[in-house]
Design a protein around this ligand. Structure first.
Ligand SMILES: *Cc1c(COP(=O)(O)O)cnc(C)c1O
Length: 452
């Protein structure tokens, strides 16, 4: 007992030198994004005004399985990578399960979540292409925080549009961004045409991600040398996140184990893809029987109850049409406290994989997620992000099933972030002020009726 190993690390020279692009190995490739006006497949040039060119190429790359991590990005990864792979002995004991539970701890990044893995890469490519300014939107503030640090690391100016209600309710994430030197504007704002229009029509509008996206894209397309960046959903974001799974694969080998079940929470799919895709390559190529479980909130169930359709990536309909599992781009999820999971659609790679039966999805109620988060905190000593608690709840379900059957399964989940800046939501949970949200089939059908 006393000699058992709790945490596994990799030496610096074992930090991955390449990201894994699962598109190259997929039997059924993702369908192309479409131009909404013509419904023709998008050409890379169509996206150049918005994103750095290299990111567009990564987005559409269906041939190269391995993509080099630039040395400058790898150097910054070394500030916090490898992240620990941890055996959750405390949680196992509390559950009385024969399962072996491991988690990859992405909460140790300087900004507290996995998002930095892609922020550093995106800032690097922008800098390399001579871009001086970047923009983005942020809801709960995790992506904005990560990008603020990444922009500073590469000497870029960053303008963040933060949904007004979060700007006011989550002042600490805003101050984190400002500490790193970003300019943070509450959205809707008077600084863009899109913002002015909404404020003129609805002076008290509290903002939404859709509006913030519109403002950020408008700035990127009207200011010279300025590009837009996104922290989830897109293929290149999941690509950068595969550093998580590639490390985990080596660390599991150090532990002498291989996962039977891999679990991650699901907003747009980047931390899920980041952990799962490197393992999934063995399922696709060698037929390895591993299960991949995405844990989404019951109040925003695009994978378990949405439809596979072409839909817009944003509320306002500015983005290309993407083939994805969606609840409809005008779906307004309930205000659950896992802000990072309140997104109407799923990335196109993950959507294709779900359609092809390579992965599965479960939905988790808000109260179950917080109960799981508290048990994890009490047994492992880390307060998880409300998003990550969805993965923990799904892991607990799997582990309890093992208890019934006596199976000694190996379960690996991603701890995508810590919850230390989300204590207001824990407060609400502990004082009994949180609730579950249910959605009727009629509500879901109503939102999807205009899509084809
Ligand atoms: C943003 C975020 C998520 C959800 O995004 P994905 O792209 O689905 O990974 C999950 N956990 C944390 C901590 C986040 O910040």
């Amino acid at each position: 007992m006393s000699n058992r190993i709790k945490r596994y690390f990799l030496p610096e020279d074992q930090i991955p030198t390449q990201w894994y692009n699962i598109q190259a190995d997929m039997v059924n490739k993702p369908l192309p994004p479409l131009n909404p006006a013509t419904r023709e497949p998008l050409k890379p040039e169509d996206l150049y005004p918005i994103f750095a060119k290299e990111l567009v190429h990564q987005e559409l790359n269906q041939t190269d399985a391995w993509i080099d991590i630039p040395e400058e990005v790898r150097e910054l990864y070394k500030n916090y990578r490898s992240t620990p792979l941890v055996r959750a002995y405390g949680l196992e004991k509390a559950l009385g399960t024969p399962a072996h539970i491991y988690f990859k701890n992405e909460s140790v990044s300087p900004v507290g979540s996995h998002k930095l893995n892609s922020a550093l890469a995106q800032a690097y490519y922008c800098k390399k292409e001579g871009i001086t300014n970047i923009t983005t939107e942020t809801g709960a503030g995790q992506w904005g925080a990560a990008l603020s640090y990444a922009a500073k690391a590469f000497g870029l100016e960053l303008a963040v549009y933060m949904v007004k209600v979060s700007y006011e309710q989550k002042p600490y994430r805003r101050s984190i961004m400002q500490t790193f030197g970003a300019q943070v504007t509450a959205s809707p704002s008077m600084s863009t045409k899109a913002g002015r229009k909404i404020l003129t029509d609805h002076p008290n509008y509290q903002g939404s991600l859709g509006t913030a996206i519109s403002e950020a894209i408008e700035l990127a397309t009207t200011v010279p040398n300025c590009k837009y960046t996104l922290g989830s959903v897109l293929n290149h974001v999941a690509l950068h996140q595969t550093v998580i799974g590639l490390e985990a694969e080596k660390q599991m080998a150090l532990a002498g184990e291989y996962p039977d079940v891999v679990v991650a929470c699901f907003g747009g799919g980047s931390n899920f893809g980041g952990l799962c895709f490197p393992f999934m390559r063995h399922t696709i190529k060698e037929g390895r029987k591993t299960r991949y479980v995405a844990a989404e909130p019951a109040s925003c169930p695009k994978l378990t109850r949405g439809k596979f359709l072409y839909d817009f990536g944003d509320e306002a309909g500015y983005t290309p049409l993407l083939p994805m599992f969606t609840l409809g781009h005008n779906f307004a999820p309930a205000h659950i406290h896992a802000g990072g999971l309140r997104y109407h659609g799923a990335g196109v790679i993950v959507s294709q994989l779900l359609k092809d039966g390579l992965m599965e999805a479960v939905d988790i109620d808000q109260l179950d997620s917080f109960a799981a988060g508290c048990l994890f905190a009490q047994t492992e000593g880390i307060i998880p992000a409300p998003e990550s608690s969805h993965a923990i709840a799904a892991t607990i379900r799997e582990a309890n099933r093992c208890k019934e059957t006596g199976e000694e399964k190996v379960i690996l989940f991603n701890l995508s972030g810590h919850g230390l800046i989300d204590m207001a939501s824990y407060d609400k949970y502990l004082s009994g002020d949180l609730q579950n949200y249910t959605l009727s089939d009629e509500q879901i059908a109503e939102n999807l009726k205009d899509l084809k």
